[in-house]
Write a new protein. Structure first.
Length: 183
């Protein structure tokens, strides 16, 4: 005899939780097995397409497939739930489709830089201090010399903004007087 759908849904929720834990432990193939088993249980329910849990398990499946490099499969899963009745599920699916469909950026050798691993840094290096004076000297030595013209207070933009603010203050003052007299 088959279990009632409510028991299947509670078991599916447990399987989704296990799958999430496995995903966080980077055991992706095991996580997929849990998510797919949960999905089979959920889709036995008569209103499976309307359940938030059904959408949630598909979001997790899509993320897991993407991590394993099966991006097209992840996109297909997300596209299948773009019209999900739960607004949060459909928003997440739409967001993931755009992320998964984005062009993969390749590092450019001349432009990229390697960040140091600060976890293994020697404590003596942490106490080394740099003064802002020395830092600005180094920057100014390497920076190209450019003439920077000071902005005059009579610059047209400054005058324009002054006139705008003066107009706003006059209007507000007029309203204040009017409200005081007639309110």
């Amino acid at each position: 005899m088959q279990e009632p759908p409510e028991d299947d849904l509670s078991l599916a929720a447990e399987l989704v939780d296990r799958g999430k834990t496995l995903f966080e432990l980077e055991k992706y193939t095991e996580a997929i097995a849990q998510f797919e088993q949960a999905q089979r249980l959920i889709f036995q329910h008569p209103f499976a397409t309307q359940l938030s849990l059904g959408g949630e398990v598909q979001i997790w499946l899509a993320n897991t497939y993407d991590v394993l490099g099966e991006t097209q499969r992840a996109i297909a899963i997300c596209q299948s739930i773009l019209q999900h009745p739960d607004r949060q599920i459909s928003k997440q699916a739409n967001f993931l489709v755009s992320i998964f469909s984005a062009l993969e950026l390749k590092p450019v050798a001349d432009v990229t830089s390697t960040l140091p691993n600060l976890a293994n840094i020697d404590k003596s290096q942490l106490t080394k201090s740099y003064s802002s004076h020395n830092h600005s000297e180094n920057l100014s030595k390497n920076a190209p010399k450019a003439a920077i013209a000071p902005i005059a207070s009579s610059h047209p933009h400054n005058l324009k903004y002054f006139l705008i603010w003066a107009s706003i203050l006059i209007i507000m003052g007029t309203w204040g007087i009017w409200l005081y007299k007639f309110a």
